[in-house]
Design a protein around this ligand. Structure first.
Ligand SMILES: [Zn+2]
Length: 122
């Protein structure tokens, strides 16, 4: 992976109005997030994950790097200066959850529609 400082192309990030105008049906949501990377992009585009991360110590942007051991996400922010790392979920709605982003998105969808838990898992 080439070094990059964003989870998704900043031009793809939706504004609040665009986000509020979206109306997903479950089948399309499932198709929109076929992989971990797709789910990360989906979240970044909808401002559910910060698209950039700054190292406070070095005052410079961290890069996205692959880290297979990193729980569900497979990537992490790493500072090119001090090499400190932080989760891409830091400070987000997804912070501290051990579920995958896909699982949380699909469960949240079901919750927003008042579905029973059994309907979300089947
Ligand atoms: Zn640093």
């Amino acid at each position: 992976m080439a070094e990059r400082q964003h989870l998704t192309d900043p031009r793809r990030i939706l504004n609040r109005q665009q986000i509020m105008a979206e109306n997903w049906i479950f089948k399309d949501l499932v198709r929109a997030i076929p992989s971990i990377d797709a789910a990360i992009q989906f979240c970044a585009e909808r401002r559910l994950l910060a698209n950039m991360n700054n190292c406070q110590q070095c005052n410079q942007p961290r890069n996205v790097i692959r880290e297979a051991s990193r729980k569900a996400d497979g990537i992490v922010w790493r500072c090119p200066g001090c090499h400190s790392k932080t989760s891409i979920r830091n400070g987000s709605f997804f912070d501290h959850s051990h579920l995958s982003l896909e699982q949380i998105l699909l469960f949240s969808y079901g919750w927003s529609r008042d579905w029973q838990f059994k309907d979300c898992t089947s």
